[in-house]
Unconditional design. Structure first.
Length: 321
């Protein structure tokens, strides 16, 4: 959450990042060990336990400095809660994944005094009341992406090639609407057969898979799109790509699951749909939406400054507890 840290600093907060030694930042940073990506680049495939080791090493660096901070904001998985001990009441945890499965149920039951910030009201509904600290929607640096006033011919899909994100549905919808589609994202390492079985057979001259996309390629893909298709088939806790599209002025057609109704303003920044047929119909109306207005709604609702102010309000409440 580099954008959050920078925005907090700009609000006058003294921020220290605990991150890998190859992180690129001008913020104060603590961490002597490389990232998983750096290790994979150096050694190729690494042992499956390496991510857990890196997590433990970073937590040890934090343990040695626990008393140096007023508030500790964790974005990790589980182990930090045990480390914090009595400091839990002056900590905040943001969960970036679904919270309706057994691992989270066990976690919340074991740490009822751990304050947790939800990233959507939909996610908060799955967090026990004892843990709820508030809802803070994600935000992006206002100047990271610029408004693209003129859309190209294609529609876009950005996300993992998985049955949760349903790129196959996006292809079918675009094809039924008579529009070309460009898809960017990684093949899900946990389910690579899905891409081969469900996505690759649908590719063609009107449906191009671009592979993984970095920030620049993602910006080109989203900024030039008439719309982003977001046909999720799971309780999405937020969906960052939706606001990345809006930052370009690109409207979003998203399925009514998880956080979608909170993020997409139906008829303003896109359309919320419940079926492929509704999505095709929405694409027929997409040019009626004002891309400049989509960008303005992004600036009003989803900047990192707004996110930082919301978190700062929670920090102040926790510090006073």
């Amino acid at each position: 959450m580099h954008d959050l840290s920078v925005a907090l600093r700009d609000l006058g907060v003294d921020v220290t990042l605990f991150a890998s030694c190859d992180s690129v930042t001008d913020l104060p940073r603590i961490g002597d060990h490389p990232s998983l990506a750096a290790l994979e680049h150096r050694y190729g495939r690494v042992a499956p336990g390496v991510p857990a080791v890196l997590d433990a090493l970073q937590l040890e660096a934090l343990r040695l400095r626990l008393d140096d901070f007023d508030i500790i904001h964790a974005h990790g998985e589980f182990a930090h809660a045990a480390l914090f001990g009595a400091r839990r009441r002056h900590s905040l945890t943001t969960v970036h994944w679904r919270v309706d499965e057994l691992d989270r149920a066990l976690f919340f039951a074991g740490f009822p005094d751990l304050p947790v910030a939800a990233i959507s009201a939909a996610q908060e509904a799955g967090i026990p009341p004892a843990n709820r600290a508030g809802v803070v929607h994600h935000g992006l640096a206002k100047d990271r992406y610029a408004l693209s006033r003129e859309a190209g011919a294609h529609v876009a899909f950005v996300g993992r090639m998985t049955d949760q994100k349903r790129p196959d549905v996006a292809i079918r919808v675009a094809r039924a609407a008579g529009l070309p589609i460009r898809l960017g994202g990684t093949i899900d390492v946990g389910n690579p057969a899905y891409f081969e079985r469900m996505v690759r057979p649908l590719l063609g001259s009107d449906a191009a898979y671009l592979g993984p996309v970095d920030d620049r390629a993602k910006s080109d893909l989203l900024g030039g799109a008439r719309a982003l298709l977001f046909p999720i088939d799971w309780p999405e806790p937020f969906g960052l790509v939706m606001i990345e599209a809006m930052a370009h002025g690109t409207p979003v057609i998203a399925w009514r699951n998880g956080s979608v109704p909170e993020i997409v303003e139906d008829g303003v920044t896109g359309f919320v749909v419940a079926s492929e047929a509704e999505a095709v119909e929405a694409l027929a109306r997409i040019d009626g939406l004002d891309r400049s207005r989509v960008r303005r709604r992004f600036e009003a609702r989803f900047t990192s400054e707004r996110m930082a102010r919301d978190y700062l309000a929670l920090y102040q409440l926790l510090r006073a507890a």
